[in-house]
Design a protein around this ligand. Sequence first.
Ligand code: FES
Length: 111
Amino acid sequence: MWVSVCDVSHIAVGEMKYYTHNHFSFIVVRLDSNTFSVFQSECPHKGGPLQKGELRDGKIICPWHSYEFDLITGEAVVVPYSEKYGAWRNTGKLKFIRHRVVDNRLEVDTE
Ligand code: FES
């Protein structure tokens, strides 16, 4: 189901916003004037709150263990402590959410 989130003018280029809809929480990052990265707020590593993370150089950095996820591919491109903790470091990718812009409003697919 498509849900309207906000007017696209409410998110500046390079800005991150956190939204909830029922029990569904997600993050929107505006990458440039026409491109958004939209993904679930739960970190794919151990569930950290990515909305409290930091954006840097096209990545979001999780506040729990500082993994860095690429905002376009979703891949973990920086995994700290990998030698020390072995398999504990394993993670998935950001869980992207389908989205679209209709009449200057950002919509996400909640299904
Ligand atoms: S929970 Fe996000 S890096 Fe571990």
